[in-house]
Design a protein around this ligand. Structure first.
Ligand code: NDP
Length: 298
């Protein structure tokens, strides 16, 4: 068997076109041009690329994509002040602090990342990192949904892959991917209806005993680990759906957390890296920015 390859690039493009059409309608109806401001501290090359890509995607969707560049020497207090002024600026609808913040920032002592993220106004928190937005998601009444897990929900929905009643194993428990992913799929109703919710979810992590055996019981296996190709074909049940969130640079190649070539002969459907989950993350960021503009207009 060779798995169906889930084309995140194509689905991401469709979502971006939907968002662009909705932005045009919103602006034609008298709404302000939605504006996303990314705050980039320091010179990390990968972060520069991510921010540039987000800004380009914004422009293509009719969204004002701004980048505020700050030197690595910026202090915690200065960064908080910058975010507070963006919170107050009515022309800015979404705020994104590009992570990771420089390790030696804040005069050498490093930033308190949590405190920085907590400063972002929850109504402008398009990454859905603030405790208010995490709490609302937990309670099953989300405002913004975190972009990567929401992209995965969209991918499953748009390719007709139901998770209701199935066993989903999420490997990884980060606040950005693993935890919200597990929570979204376990809810009674998801952003795309009941088929992409109602799963029986197991969260695995670095302290999970017998990880391979746990993974083998998954109807849907979601890998968000950050270890190149650690999910091998023997860990995948015949016919499972495999979603690979990992983006790992190995030499000059990008590889996922799943050993793709062997896994595709076991799985019924699988996301490639690149071209799987990545493009959906940006698409959902645009969706959240439009939502933020609409919320602030109300
Ligand atoms: P984190 O490093 O924050 O979390 C990784 C998780 O994996 C942790 O919960 C950790 O467990 C777990 N883990 C690490 N090693 C093992 C192991 N050997 N066995 C089992 N579990 C393990 O990463 P993120 O969630 O932020 O990102 C994960 C991956 O996804 C990365 O490659 C990242 O680049 C990628 N990513 C891709 C995105 C996209 O748009 N496609 C967006 C965001 C991330 P523990 O908690 O015990 O330490």
């Amino acid at each position: 068997m060779s798995a169906k390859i889930l084309d995140g690039k194509q689905i991401g493009l469709e979502i971006r076109q939907d968002v662009a059409a909705q932005v045009a309608e919103f602006v034609a109806g008298g709404g302000p041009k939605p504006c996303l401001t990314a705050v980039l501290v320091g010179e990390d090359p990968a972060s520069q690329v991510y921010v540039r890509n987000k800004s380009r995607a914004c422009e293509k969707a009719g969204i004002d994509g701004r980048t505020l560049r700050l030197p690595a020497e910026t202090t915690q207090a200065e960064l908080v002040e910058v975010i507070e002024s963006l919170n107050q600026d009515p022309a800015v609808h979404g705020i994104l602090v590009q992570l990771p913040l420089p390790k030696k920032g804040n005069g050498g002592s490093g930033f308190d990342e949590r405190a920085i993220l907590d400063t972002v106004d929850p109504m402008k928190d398009v990454d859905a990192f603030s405790p208010v937005n995490v709490g609302l998601l937990m309670q099953g009444r989300p405002r913004f949904l975190p972009c990567t897990p929401h992209g995965i929900v969209q991918l499953l929905h748009r390719t007709g892959l139901s998770v209701a009643g199935k066993h989903v194993v999420v490997v990884g428990r980060s606040d950005i991917v693993g935890k919200p992913m597990a929570m979204m799929l376990a809810q009674r109703t998801g952003s795309c209806g009941e088929d992409v919710a109602n799963a029986t979810v197991t969260i695995a992590h670095s302290r999970t005993a017998n990880l391979a055996e746990v993974c083998q019981t998954a109807d849907v296996l979601i890998a968000a680990v950050g270890v190149p190709e650690m999910i091998t074909a023997d860990m995948i049940a015949n016919g499972a759906v495999v979603i690979d969130v990992g983006i790992n640079r190995v030499g000059d190649k990008l590889v996922g957390d799943v050993a793709f070539d062997a896994a595709k002969d076991k799985a019924s459907a699988i996301t490639p890296v690149p071209g799987g989950v990545g493009p959906l993350t940006i698409a959902m960021l645009l969706h959240n920015t439009l939502m933020a503009a609409k919320l602030q207009q109300q």
